[in-house]
Write a protein that binds this ligand. Structure first.
Ligand code: SUG
Length: 449
């Protein structure tokens, strides 16, 4: 029997982590705009989660942050001169563009790409499509480096296939794994891939939200499924409720999470919920699985509480005894409705039996919870062996990364600090050392020039 695992690759928070107020439709990002950030604490909170999950016996990896400030991005917008002059001119003439080019948003690796495990794909390889993230400028600049980093992590072409991001227009808006969940009986067995979209770009029959943007289109999800060679029996599409997008649910992983045979979701998450659940049940049954849906009723937890607490942006993990564990942010414990619900849930006989709480406040204040911070990659044993070992978390890598953060990161960052030419030098020194620690080779624009 071929062993298979789910490996969580968490985004290492970059040294420019700040609150830029860049994401319209993401309530936390907007309400914390201009707050003073603490990049050192942010990186350590993320590392602490990685370490804890590794110590619980889960396979854990790490995904490197991107080069920020993004001088090349500013040059492409017409700023010229030395690197320091580019930053100085941007700060003077177009501060919002400098802020966007300093965002550490690549930490939310659930948006890095969509991954289809080898058991689902036509050619038997693990497929990755980098997300174009083109709803927001600061995120749309991530995918070229994301592709290089993924290429350096999953380099062996016998096992891994990489696709470039979809065309960079809103009609193919793609936010990666945040809108993609995979159900399966076992990680190494063929599963059912569940794509949740916010709108259709070409078919007016699908309703669209009125207030906030729907970032993911049906056409983008379909293109990813085609690129990955998924079969019709192994795919289900569902539309997210436009009403919840208008309440701040900017990705499906803010209102639902799945793992194995279980979907944990809010009553108001989808349109045509009964039809969607029936299709998931039928298709998973054909794959030998027994689909289980755990619905959180709106009477117990309203959408507003779900968005504030990030209850659904949790990691749903299978423990060794087969029961499931939910990794939630501290904000869930601080919300009475959510916490009461979780106590009732875990006391029952359902699949979810345990909750663990993590302090991820630095990321949460930008709308990124435990699930945003990780990219799931289901791998068979020989595929895991083919992954660049430099990015697999170990006790010594954890110690090394913690020291690296201590050495290079600031503990305060305000908007004005982004214009400091010293920050650019600090970040490049940090990232140059990081690529050596993680054995990635040259992946950043400043290393490729
Ligand atoms: O794209 N926030 C991110 C949060 C991404 C969360 N990811 C998932 N749900 N999977 C976003 O809105 C805010 C950056 C700022 O405002 O500085 C930001 O980009």
């Amino acid at each position: 029997m071929n062993n298979a695992f789910e490996v969580n690759f968490d985004g290492l928070v970059g040294p420019t982590h700040n609150y830029g107020g860049l994401s319209y439709g993401n309530v936390a990002s907007q309400s914390n705009s201009q707050a003073v950030s603490n990049p050192k604490e942010a990186a350590k909170q993320g590392l602490a989660k990685m370490k804890a999950l590794m110590e619980l016996g889960f396979k854990q990896g790490v995904l490197a942050p991107q080069e920020r400030p993004n001088v090349a991005g500013l040059r492409s917008l017409g700023f010229t001169g030395s690197d320091a002059q580019v930053i100085e001119k941007a700060a003077k003439e177009a501060m919002p563009l400098l802020v966007a080019n300093c965002s550490a948003s690549s930490m939310w690796t659930a948006n890095a790409c969509t991954v289809s495990p080898s058991a689902d794909t036509a050619d038997g390889r693990v497929h990755f499509t980098a997300a174009n993230l083109n709803c927001k400028y600061h995120r749309s600049i991530e995918h070229p480096t994301t592709s290089r980093v993924l290429g350096a992590m999953f380099a062996d072409q016998r096992y891994f296939a990489h696709h470039a991001a979809l065309p960079a227009v809103g009609q193919f808006g793609d936010e990666g794994a945040a809108n993609h969940t995979r159900f399966c009986k076992g990680y190494g067995e063929a599963g059912v891939e569940f794509f949740v979209f916010g709108r259709s770009a070409f078919d007016a029959r699908y309703p669209a939200p009125q207030r906030y943007p729907a970032r993911q289109t049906l056409e983008a999800s379909q293109a990813v499924a085609r690129l990955h060679g998924l079969s019709e029996e192994g795919v289900v599409y569902a539309q997210q409720s436009p009403a919840v997008i208008d309440q701040g649910v900017f990705h499906n992983d803010v209102i639902a999470v799945g793992n194995g045979e279980v979907l944990f979701y809010h009553q108001d998450a989808f349109l045509d919920t009964d039809k969607v659940l029936a299709e998931l049940g039928t298709k998973l049954a054909h794959r030998g699985g027994n689909f289980q849906a755990v619905c959180v009723p709106r009477e117990a937890v309203g959408v507003e509480d779900a968005v504030k607490s990030y209850l659904f942006n949790s990691q749903l993990l299978t423990r060794a005894d087969g029961h499931m564990l939910l990794i939630v942010p501290e904000e869930c414990r601080n919300n009475a409705n959510v916490w009461n619900y979780l106590e009732r849930l875990t006391a029952g006989q359902g699949p979810i039996r345990e909750v663990k709480v993590f302090d991820l406040k630095q990321s949460m204040q930008n709308g990124g919870g435990p699930a945003c911070l990780r990219l799931r990659v289901a791998l068979k044993e020989q595929e895991l062996e083919a992954v660049n070992p430099g990015v697999i978390m170990t006790p010594s890598l954890y110690d090394r990364l913690n020291l690296w953060v201590d050495k290079h990161y600031r503990d305060q960052l305000r908007e004005g600090d982004l214009a400091d030419p010293q920050l650019l030098l600090e970040c490049r020194a940090a990232l140059d050392e990081l690529t050596q620690i993680l054995k990635l080779g040259s992946v950043y624009p400043f290393q490729l020039d």
